[in-house]
Design a binder for this molecule. Sequence first.
Ligand code: PLP
Length: 393
Amino acid sequence: NNHLSDRINNMATSATLAMAAKARELRGQGKDIIGLSLGEPDFNIPDFIKDAAKKAIDENYSSYSPVDGYADLKQAISNKFKRDNNLEYGLNQIVVSTGAKQSLANIAMIMLNKGDEVILPAPYWVSYSDIVKLAEGVPVEVSTSIDTDFKMTPEQLEAAITPKTKMMWFSSPCNPSGSVYSEEELKGLAEVLKKHPNIYVVSDEIYEHINFRGGHVSIAGIEGMYDRTITVNGVSKAFAMTGWRIGYIGAPEWIAKACTKFQGQNTSGANAIAQRATITALEAPVSKIQFMIDEFHKRRDLVLGLLGEIEGFNLNVPEGAFYVFPDISSFFGKTLNGTKINDASDFALYLLENANVATVTGAAFGNPNCIRISYAASEDELKEAISRIKAVL
Ligand code: PLP
């Protein structure tokens, strides 16, 4: 529509949300669709967190909160950073937002000038590139493959840096590949960045607890990185609180201040009730959510085993998050039940229309050889979905 701004016309629709909408539409037509396209835990919010929200309502937490979040929530976040990540962030270094997505959008808007380059090891989370573009930055994709477990090497990082490089954004555990960077690997990247002191890093750690190898490492804790890293986290994944919309950052004070200024002209403070409940969530020991992590671990093994039986699926072993990211490029050029498969988007569409299973094309994450399958679904659904996929291939 040419009455709309170039800004919105140039923006891609979130592929994961688009796939979910399409699945919903087909369900509306009476089709029995199994949705494995969304990055959303299928658990209920634990009761102790729900109780905290109810209490907050009764205690009349109904006014505007401070733009950067309640002070006692920021204290809980500061304690969490210390407890889980051994990072010291004072209250003036923390900003609470409406989901980690808003934290990321704030960062792009306050850090990027037109033409600034942002290195995105691909595959990357679906929204990074459009958030960067909205801020007039230029996403620079660094392609990785299953051969390096979808991780960027220091050599690749070095080669991608130009005088215009302003930032590097990545998630570990990674959505969509499930890859987890080890301390050694992060040190390797930090070594390269040391030579380029003007490059800032966004470390998206929203899946930190959903980690099956143990030992989450924050790049901000690596020597030389603290003053140039923005650590992003939130409660959507670990506490199944996706709809309550609370995310946060720990960052150098001047960055936190700028995010607060920006947010103050956009949305103001995040939802008051959800902020109060987040205090309770973050103060709880991680053991309270271990059951979810154990369940995801079990499902990962189930899904890897079943998908491994399908010829043409090339799989890495994801060590975190709740996705598998099989390379399905061996199907390209083939015709399945009369449908020509040219790329991963055709493949995902073929699965949706023939197996009634919703997945997401890897193209949306910057990797056109793969599809993303979320295993945030029950074991029965996963078994049924994979048996249907097998049948139509
Ligand atoms: N970062 C990554 C890597 C994600 O996968 C997601 C959600 O899918 C987000 C950020 C956004 O999370 P939130 O619900 O806190 O906005």
